[in-house]
Design a protein around this ligand. Sequence first.
Ligand code: TYM
Length: 343
Amino acid sequence: MLPLRRYITMEEVQKKRILSGIQPSGDLTLGSYLGAIKNWAALAEEYDCYYMLADMHTITVRQTPADLRRRTLTQLAAYIACGLDPEKNVLFIQSHVPAHAQLGWVLDCYTMFGELSRMTQFKDKSAKNADNINAGLFTYPALMAADILLYQVDLVPVGGDQKQHVEICRDIATRFNGIYGDVFKLPKPYIPKVGARVMSLTSPENKMSKSDKDQNGCVYMLERPEDILRKFKKAVTDSEACVRFDPAQKPGVSNLMQIYSVCTGKTFDAIETEFEGRGYGDFKSAVGEAVVETLRPIREETEHILADKAYLEGIYRTGAERAAYVAGKTLRKVYKKVGFVER
Ligand code: TYM
C-alpha cells in the first residue's frame, strides 16, 4: 500500500467541502448504505470530503467496549470497501480529534433547552432507553453541530432522518455568528432523492434501524446472502398483489421498490412494468437478489481490508492528523471570539 498523504492540496482548499458520519453503535444497515455511504464515493471528485466514525455519539447509549472497538474498525473497512478512497477522502475516528469535544462544549452554551427538547431522535431514543436518559443524549445535536461546523462545510450528505439535526446546526451557527461575526459557514443537508428513508421490512411505517429489536426488519450490510434472501422473502407487503409505487397505501411494496430501484438503477415505472401480472413472491426474491449482489463485493472487500490491521491503523492515524489540522483552525478562532486567553 502507498503511504498516505498528510497535507491538504490547493485544489482541496478551493473545492466545496463535505462532512458526514455514521455511529458505529450497531452493525451497518442497508439503510445507512443506501441513504448515506453509497452516495459518498461519487462525491470525492467534486468535493473535499471528510467522513467520520462517530464513536463519541455512540456512548449516549451504553455500549460494550470490545464491540464498539470492533465495529469502529469494521465500519472503517466498510467505508473503504464502499469506494471511499482514503487518498481522496479524509477518513477519521471522531474521538481522535479532540476539537470535537472542545467545540461541542462551547456550542452546548449556545444551544437552547427548548430546541433540544424538540428533537425527534432525542424523543425516540429516550423512549427506547428510559433507564438512561443522560445529558449526552440530550445535547447530542450540539456535538453533531460541532462535527459539522469545525470543518466549515458546504454540504452534509445524510438520510432524511438527520435533516432536523442539520437544521439545528444551522440555527446554532446563525446564533453564534450573530454574536461574533462570520465564524461558521452555514451547511446545507444533502439528501438523496431515492433511498433517503429505507423502511423496516417487517414494519414499513418505521425506518430501518440498527437499534430495531426485530432482526427480520433490518438488513445488515455485511450479512450472509442466505439471511438477506430469507428476510426479503418474509418482508411485509399487502393484499393487492400489484407492484405499484404508493407509499401511503402500499408502504411495504413501495419500500421494496425503492430498495430495488437504488440497487439496480431502474425507475419506478420500469419496475412496475417488469412485475406486472407477477406475484409478490417473484418480486421479493428479485429485490433480495439485487441486494445480495449489491452487497456481496462490499462484504468480501471489507473482510479483506479488516485482515490488515496495520493498513487500517495507517488510515485512521493520517485521517486524524488531516482532520485535526482543519478542525484546529476553527476551534482557535472560536476560542478567541468567546474570550479564552490564548495559550
Ligand atoms: P446514523 O448513524 O443513525 O446513520 C448514519 C447515516 O445513515 C442514514 N440512515 C438512513 N438513511 C436511509 N434510510 C434509513 N433507514 C437510514 N438509517 C440511517 C442516516 O440518515 C445517516 O446519514 N447523528 C448521525 C451521525 C452523525 C453525523 C454527524 C452525521 C454524527 N455527527 C455529522 C452527519 C454529520 C447518526 O446518528 O446517523
